[in-house]
Write a protein that binds this ligand. Sequence first.
Ligand code: SF4
Ligand code: SF4
Length: 409
Amino acid sequence: MKEKKGIKRRDFLKLSSAAAITGLAGGIAGGRTAAGDELVSAAVARVGTFPRRTLGPSGREVAVMLGAGDMSPACTEAGIQCGMNYWHKANRWMRSKTPQSILENREAHYCQVTVDRVGGDHYVGRLDEDEHVAYVKKAVEETGLGYFDDMQLHYGFHSVREYQNDRSFVRAFERLKKEGLVRHLCLSQHGYAGRDRVPGGQSAAEVLTEVARDGVFEHAQFIYSYGADPEMDEFIEFAKKKGFGTIAMKTARGIGRMLDDPNFRKNLPADTSPHHALTRWLTTGTGLTAAVIRVRNLEEFAETYSGAGRSLRDQDRKALELMNRTARGTVCRLCTRCQPHCPQNIPIADILRFERYALDDHDWPRARALYGRLHRNAAECIQCETCISHCPQHLPIPRQIARVHQILG
Ligand code: SF4
Ligand code: SF4
């Protein structure tokens, strides 16, 4: 990225972070600046207008890139100008402040409240009708949004059995819907197969297939990234036939560490980037409704989202092939297939998810904090190597988690 509409890259980066600090989005902190506005305009000009797709049975048209409540104010403003209209984790605005431009044009946006289990984490916490109702009411009040369009169960159900037998979350939704505080039901789903803390836990694909078949929830977010993923591809195909919305998350697998490697950068084709190629593929080369790709500043916003809705070119295909080759044997795709085979019940996928936060997102405090909270960690690995043969990515799992323990433990 050499130049953007007359703004040099160095200035773009400098002003981009300055714009984020001054709360440029919708005058969040009342600190709009001409330079900040110019930067947003440059990013918007590069990205253009996001195409829209129908999200689930409600027939709502949403931009193919979802925004999030923890995006920087500058990226939020640029997103709105590009037609971003679905906001994941909008309850995060309880902590920051709801963007004024969304409050002023509330009906043009779909805002989602993400609701966690209570009394523990997503493994051992419980679904609790009254507590979920209380939380959503608090979030409605503190964000000033008036209502949430979607109520999302964060981390999803442990198993089909739990989904069928514990209706606490659905009952909470129905109560809130009667009061006009929520409108649609959705979930984000992780995999629980082989987790010792979740007896009877199942994979994300198993749970999602039942949820899509049942039809009470309208759409789901799940971990999905470049490279072969036959189990999730089958689910996406099934969901499409059922009219169930599908949104990919944690999509940028390993890209951060790849970009830190001069050899990888040297082999990248010109006129594309891993994030850009990934966005083109997610939005035109899959059956997904939409995707979430994290961007930290306007530079990343323009580079990444300028691929939205645009088909793959030769250089993008080559970049994706290079990413695939590099990721094979080095980056976990969080499929959890290894998990049931570990005699020590080590949470392998969690450990490698935290590795991603550190090496790809460079969010070391978060990675260290999460690793420190694990009830079992890589130190308990007995090097039996049973897991290795079950990993479709051919990761040297014992060696890899030992390295994570060194850097995060
Ligand atoms: S090598 Fe370590 S992580 Fe893999 S199955 Fe054995 S104990 Fe579990
Ligand atoms: S280590 Fe391999 S099998 Fe285990 S979650 Fe990661 S990619 Fe899947």
